[in-house]
Design a protein around this ligand. Structure first.
Ligand code: NAD
Length: 364
């Protein structure tokens, strides 16, 4: 399978035009384009423009709503409970994060829950938004209605891929961003493997017989090479990462991102997809008026990096470093997309009635 490579700005603009044609405001379309392409730039293609067809069909069938202004259900000096009302994650999440940042700047600390958000995408974007304003942030997220992951010791799906994220700002440098799904692999990676792409690691999946496996059929059941993939059809599950510890973190993401936000921990009966998120924000300038923190981060980063590599030529990467490198490279080289992904985006553009000349322009 071949790839097409598209410059980030051109890709953002095309995605924006697709969502404007689908019924979003220009502002929202541009936001969706920006955040999806940001995930591709970071190297997380599973959370990038590959989502365009799914988002467009969610808009079409009304499971996601355009141009939502969030409701703030509880509003104290340090706490907000925010209802995303099934708006696009790219629209409602920055509103919730903005509320958390503003409260934190006034009080030094804040906690914000976001319920019923459309797909919030790459959670690192939200930690980066807080870090850009000098704040530390911690995010527990669940994806209610998306039941994919078996708990440690089990074979039946009970968790979503429930991501966890921590962001730490650094003056004049890229922030440190730890951001991962609490499953061995994100679902998108199993999808890619099922299409003949890169295989998932052995043991990323588990069968109903308890056998660790790398076979995508355990997630999707029977499928044809180009046919649709339906993760409700498989008899197996993705495994939680990190044995009992990672499984415990996934469980807490479900409770804090899901139950405490009012979204609900993952529930197969829920039907409508929603992300839930609990975010904490801390202002280091209030907690650390002497400025010890930035100096100690610098010392500690050097100390960690100075570890001898485990393999010849290996290196120690900091949280967020792989993404920052990918972003720097792809901003210059463009975003590579498998032909199938690009074809599906073009098909989506046609399905929402985007002008054919505009489509031709994007494909040149
Ligand atoms: P991953 O396995 O690639 O792990 C990413 C993390 O590991 C980053 O913090 C990265 O900097 C760090 N990292 C990568 N290589 C490293 C190395 N060699 N040394 C040290 N650190 C390294 O990520 P993932 O689990 O596939 O998740 C991908 C994305 O999917 C995330 O952005 C996550 O937020 C997103 N996600 C979203 C949802 C949702 O419902 N919205 C659900 C699941 C995942």
């Amino acid at each position: 399978m071949g790839t097409v490579t598209i410059k980030a700005k051109a890709l953002e603009a095309f995605v924006a035009d697709i969502f404007v044609a689908a019924g979003c405001s220009r502002e929202e379309g541009e936001r969706i384009g920006r955040y999806l392409v940001s995930a591709n730039l970071c190297g997380h293609d599973s959370h990038g423009v590959v989502r365009v067809p799914r988002y467009a069909s969610q808009k079409r069938n009304g499971t996601v709503v355009a141009d939502v202004t969030v409701d703030v259900l509880v509003d104290t000096p340090v706490i907000a409970v925010v209802d995303g009302k099934y708006g696009f994650g790219q629209t409602v999440t920055p509103q919730a994060v903005r509320i958390g940042i503003d409260k934190c700047k006034r009080a030094g600390l804040s906690a914000v829950t976001l319920r019923n958000a459309g797909h919030v995408g790459r959670v690192g974007d939200w930690a980066e938004m807080a870090a850009a304003e000098g704040l530390v942030s911690i995010h527990f997220v669940n994806a209610s209605g998306s039941v994919l992951v078996a708990p440690h010791g089990g074979v039946d799906r009970r968790f979503s891929t429930a991501p966890y994220c921590v962001g730490v700002p650094r003056a004049g440098q890229e922030p440190l961003i730890l951001d991962f799904a609490t499953s061995v692999v994100a679902e998108g990676k199993v999808l890619v493997a099922s299409q003949g792409g890169k295989k998932v690691p052995d043991g990323a999946l588990i069968g109903p017989d308890g056998q660790p496996s790398a076979d995508p059929h355990l997630l999707y059941g029977d499928y044809t090479p180009t046919g649709p993939r339906d993760h409700s059809k498989g008899k197996g599950a993705i495994r939680a990462f990190g044995e009992h510890k990672g499984s415990g973190l996934a469980f807490m993401c479900e409770l804090l991102g899901g139950s405490l936000s009012g979204t609900g921990a993952t529930d197969p009966g829920r039907g409508r997809f929603a992300n839930g998120m609990l975010s904490f924000y801390v202002d280091p300038k209030v907690l650390d008026p002497q400025g010890f923190f930035p100096k100690d981060i610098a010392r500690y980063v050097d100390f960690v990096r100075s570890s001898r590599p485990a393999t010849a030529g290996g290196e120690i990467l900091l949280p967020g470093e792989a993404e920052a490198r990918s972003r720097a490279r792809r901003l210059v080289e463009g975003v590579p997309l498998p032909d199938d992904t690009w074809a599906a985006i073009v098909e989506t553009a046609r399905s929402v009635g985007l002008d054919e000349r505009r489509i031709q322009q994007a494909t040149m």
